[in-house]
Design a binder for this molecule. Structure first.
Ligand SMILES: NC(=O)c1ccc[n+]([C@@H]2O[C@H](COP(=O)([O-])OP(=O)(O)OC[C@H]3O[C@@H](n4cnc5c(N)ncnc54)[C@H](OP(=O)(O)O)[C@@H]3O)[C@@H](O)[C@H]2O)c1
Length: 248
């Protein structure tokens, strides 16, 4: 199924997987709404997409703030008419052990990784339901399938996204003709580790980069495109994408 002319909202579009997916979808003819908080990054990306002949709009949006999400979706609909594709991708992973009691970071992960997805989905769904058509792609993780030390809260948020994705598929697919895909990447080279405040945990993740070849953000963009382009009758419900050298 072609995504030519489809309107896509991408959260977390200012870097990493979101930015790579925005470039990929725009290059394949989609009109993309780029949502994140760093407006300078979004403006750069819009200009890159437009220079390549694509269409994009910057949506300065904090997925935790419902009013901000509603305003961003309204701006996108005003510019491009509707929303056909939602890529719920904004997230953060400030890892640390539970006994360090970094409660602010726990709450932030719950707010962005779970509530952010709920806020954005709620703002977009009426447009999809109204047209009886749509595709929602949620970024979970290998951490949405397994639990790792130092990642308890992050894993809890990503397990929630894996569960939510399956529930959304069950409730939205037949009834509203909305496909739902849960993407579960292993280690991807992005800015995700910049949020880690515990020096030992940060060192551990930096060391990992010297031990194996990470996926590139473009690899996940390619995966998202594959799911979106699958035939109308086919829903790629879950995709687990790993670096070949990540054997755990
Ligand atoms: N990298 C990996 O190894 C890996 C593996 C599996 C899953 N993932 C998941 O992939 C997704 C994308 O992460 P990434 O690896 O591409 O890291 P990244 O480069 O750090 O991207 C994270 C994105 O989330 C956005 N974001 C954070 N808080 C936000 C908020 N409150 N409102 C709106 N946007 C917000 C950031 O934009 P602003 O700061 O500009 O708002 C940024 O664009 C995340 O859900 C992550 O959990 C990553």
């Amino acid at each position: 199924m072609s995504i030519q002319g489809k309107v896509a909202l991408i959260t977390g579009a200012s870097s990493g997987i979101g930015a790579a997916t925005a470039l990929k979808l725009a290059a394949n003819g989609a009109k993309v709404g780029l949502a994140a908080r760093r407006a300078d990054r979004l403006a750069q990306l819009v200009s890159e997409i437009e220079k390549a002949g694509g269409q994009a709009i910057a949506l300065e949006m904090d997925v935790v703030d419902n009013a901000s999400v509603t305003a961003g979706v309204a701006k996108l609909v005003e510019a491009f008419g509707t929303v056909d594709i939602l890529f719920n991708n904004a997230g953060l992973m400030p890892l640390s052990d539970i006994d360090m009691l970094k409660t602010d970071e726990w709450h932030r992960m719950v707010d962005v990784n779970i509530k952010g997805v709920l806020n954005t989905t709620a703002a977009v769904l009426p447009h999809m339901i109204g047209r009886k058509s749509g595709h929602i792609v949620n970024t979970s993780s290998i951490a949405g399938r397994k639990v790792f030390a130092g990642l308890s809260v992050y894993c809890a948020t990503k397990h929630a996204i894996t569960a939510l994705s399956d529930g959304m598929r069950i409730e939205l697919s037949k009834k509203h003709n909305i496909r739902v895909t849960c993407v579960q990447p292993g280690a991807v080279e992005t800015e995700l580790y910049d949020q880690i405040s515990d020096p030992a945990a940060r060192q551990q993740m930096d060391d990992l980069k010297t031990q194996m070849e990470f996926l590139k953000a473009e690899d996940i963009a390619e995966t998202v495109l594959f799911a979106l382009q699958s035939p109308r009758h086919m829903d790629i419900a879950e995709v687990f994408v790993m670096p070949t050298q990540q054997a755990w």
